[in-house]
Ligand binder design. Structure first.
Ligand code: UD1
Ligand code: UDP
Length: 341
């Protein structure tokens, strides 16, 4: 009988990481059950990704939406547990590090359902980030730990995780770029002229109006226009205008990747944007003290901790390093090979 897998999706980074795994399982005749907790729910934060990435319509929408960490995690946990009891899957697959990732992990592990974590072992070593807490707890109850890069495996080995569970498979978010690459290369730039692209949504950058204003004042002085597809958390905290910065609505996946590809450089605090920008060898300034994607530091990523120093002069020269195996577009195939073993 076909094996049944429940996928826990919640926010836009999950959709991008899960799409190629769901597709590969479908091609191998497994049954996918998709639970969307609706942590992200606006059309431009959710449905547009299902369309751009050809993800089937979720089997369940949990309607969790926004709230405190405890609310989001607790509400998702209770609702996911109910569905797992109804559907009795062979395994649950969780992605990345959002609150619903942890909720899915707790629900599955307490019901003794095998749990697989995609993007396991990433660490920022910053316990003030909710994502770091979610990753550590999720890894500790997972039965298979799918790592995006060698440094993630090392983090798990150092904490004495069972070596048989740790699998270096590569980055499924990079797999998602492969089917759309031709579309991007052959399509006209979405915007005319030269520009920098920026995204900001980390609470430590956008929630404090003084820090946010400091960052935006610096971007306002960059030597090219700065385009910011505006995450709702940033939008909520915007008070001033900055003539060199265009704040546009959040973009769908294909349009966003188009902008990365045609930009002169990227300034961001995102996890996923680091990997995508470096895949295209675009220079990147990451407005964070640490990164959980160490590999990107060899492909044009520079961490900027002191906002006072933020300027285009910090962009590293473009690198031409060979694409690493972890970014070969076959991570999902390796994951599914392991899962179906
Ligand atoms: C969440 C994840 C973060 C991830 C990010 C990706 C956690 C703890 N955080 O952060 O790891 O990097 O998603 O973008 O899981 N909102 C809307 N519409 C939406 C979604 C959110 O207006 O569709 C607004 C709400 O006011 C909400 C705020 O954005 O309070 C923040 O959303 P939330 O999902 O809590 O956290 P993110 O900052 O998006
Ligand atoms: N993204 C997008 N449109 C946007 C901004 C981001 O399609 O306007 C995509 C982009 O590919 C990125 C992914 O959404 O890698 C994850 O987004 P985000 O930065 O919000 O989350 P993080 O990776 O930091 O968890």
């Amino acid at each position: 009988m076909a094996k049944k897998f429940v996928h826990i999706l919640a926010a836009r980074p999950n959709f991008i990481k899960a799409a190629p795994v769901i597709k590969e399982l479908f091609l191998r005749r497994a049954k996918n059950v998709i639970i969307h907790t609706n942590q992200h729910y606006d059309y431009k934060m959710s449905k547009i990704f299902f369309q751009d990435l050809n993800i089937p319509e979720p089997d369940y929408h949990l309607g969790v939406k926004s709230g405190t960490h405890a609310y989001q995690t607790g509400e998702a946990l209770i609702k996911i547990e109910k569905i797992l009891l109804q559907t009795s899957p062979d395994a649950v697959i969780v992605y990345g590090d959002v609150n619903s990732t942890l909720a899915g992990a707790l629900a599955a592990s307490k019901l003794h359902i095998p749990l697989y974590h995609v993007e396991s072992g990433c660490r920022s070593f910053d316990m003030t980030m909710p994502e770091e807490v979610n990753r550590i707890l999720t890894d500790n109850v997972s039965d298979l730990l799918f790592c995006t890069e060698q440094s993630a495996c090392k983090n798990l080995e150092e904490k004495k995780f069972d070596p048989n569970k740790i699998k270096l498979v590569g980055n499924t978010a990079i797999d998602s770029l492969y089917p759309i690459k031709d579309l991007i290369f052959n399509k006209k730039p979405l915007l005319e002229g030269k520009f920098y692209l920026s995204t900001l949504h980390r609470p430590f950058n956008v929630d404090d109006p003084l820090i946010l204003n400091k960052i935006l004042t610096k971007l306002n002085k960059f030597d090219l226009p700065v385009i910011i597809p505006t995450h709702p958390r940033l939008e909520k905290n915007l008070t001033n205008s900055y003539p060199n910065i265009s704040f546009i609505a959040p973009l769908g996946y294909i349009d966003f990747i188009n902008l990365i590809f045609h930009s002169s450089g990227v300034i961001s605090d995102s996890g996923g944007v680091q990997c995508e920008t470096c895949y295209f060898r675009k220079p990147l300034l990451t407005l964070r003290p640490t990164t959980e994607h160490l590999i990107t530091l060899n492909y044009g990523n520079r961490l900027v901790q002191n906002i006072d120093t933020l300027s285009p002069k910090l962009f590293k020269p473009k690198t031409y390093n060979k694409t690493p195996l972890e970014w070969d577009g076959k991570s999902s195939q390796r994951i599914v090979n392991e899962i179906l073993k």
